[in-house]
Ligand binder design. Structure first.
Ligand code: NAP
Length: 253
């Protein structure tokens, strides 16, 4: 039985994670941490405000919080020798380097998207990149999302930029409304972040070359989409020393 603690247990994704952990016979939810929901119950486990209040052994913590909170939570997990499965987005390169050093006695998996369809979308976009000269990424999320662009959009652009250095320059000479061309991501790939009430998470990667365009689109309709990936990571993390970035590392893609 793997003993699980959930950071952000009262949040949109964290609450779904607690229920998924409870429903898995190989896992046991032993701790739930979320200052905004302290004192409430997460599937029968009392939510505490701070990890210092955890008085039971934990094997793996799962973090779906906010980037500032997650930075602290992950360093706590590394100090405690507890494995961490992280879905929180918004980390930068320096964070990754810090976590790479910190996780010397336990392991950490950071995946900006735990939905299998999104993992495949990134893989297809990376594969298509060398055959096109222009590419833009449009990510669409609910209107409560705090970071932009999404971690999935960033990772997609990073992988496409690594797969091809042959991107055409932006032809724009006059910007009438500031920001119309979106943000310039890795490889100069333009990224557009939409925040739409009612939406969960969607992304389109639009690639173009002479006379043709390819659109790769993924839609998440429900947060349950992330749970098989989270549970897979929880069960695999013991065998993945150090820092692993991206769920595709755990899949035979
Ligand atoms: P949310 O509903 O705002 O939930 C986050 C929860 O964490 C909130 O209750 C928040 O409280 C709490 N929190 C803040 N500081 C904390 C701390 N130090 N320790 C423990 N809990 C703390 O957000 P969400 O929609 O669930 O998303 C959470 C994160 O997951 C975001 O970064 C999002 O981009 C990411 N995400 C990733 C995936 C993936 O597949 N990887 C999928 C969906 C979402 P307050 O509201 O008071 O701050």
């Amino acid at each position: 039985m793997i003993r699980i603690g959930v950071f952000g247990a009262g949040g949109r994704v964290g609450a779904t994670v607690c229920a998924a952990v409870m429903a898995d016979p190989a896992l046991e939810l032993v701790a739930a941490i979320d200052p905004a929901h302290a004192g409430e119950s997460a599937d029968g486990v009392e939510i505490v405000a701070d990890p210092a209040a955890i008085d039971v052994p934990v094997d793996v913590v799962i973090d779906f919080t906010h980037v500032d909170a997650a930075r602290t939570n992950l360093l706590w997990a590394a100090e405690q020798g507890v494995h961490a499965v992280v879905g929180t987005t918004g980390f930068d390169f320096d964070d990754h380097e810090r976590f790479r050093k910190a996780f010397a006695h336990s392991n950490c998996i950071i995946a900006p998207n735990f939905a299998i369809g999104a993992v495949l979308m990134m893989s297809f976009a990376e594969k298509a990149a060398p055959y096109f000269e222009t590419a833009e990424i449009v990510e669409m999320h609910h209107d409560m999302k705090r970071d932009a662009p999404s971690g999935t959009a960033m990772l997609t652009a990073e992988r496409m930029a690594a797969a091809s250095g042959e991107w055409a320059p932006d032809p724009t000479e006059q910007v009438v409304v500031a920001g119309s061309r979106g943000g310039e991501g890795p490889g100069g790939i333009h990224m557009h972040a939409l925040r739409v009430r009612g939406m969960v998470a969607s992304q389109e990667v639009i690639l173009g070359t002479t006379g043709q365009a390819l659109t790769i689109r993924h839609d998440t309709y429900d947060r349950s989409a992330f749970m098989p990936g989270v549970l897979l990571a929880v069960k695999a993390i013991g065998d993945r020393p150090g820092l692993t970035i991206g769920l595709d590392q755990l899949l035979d893609l």
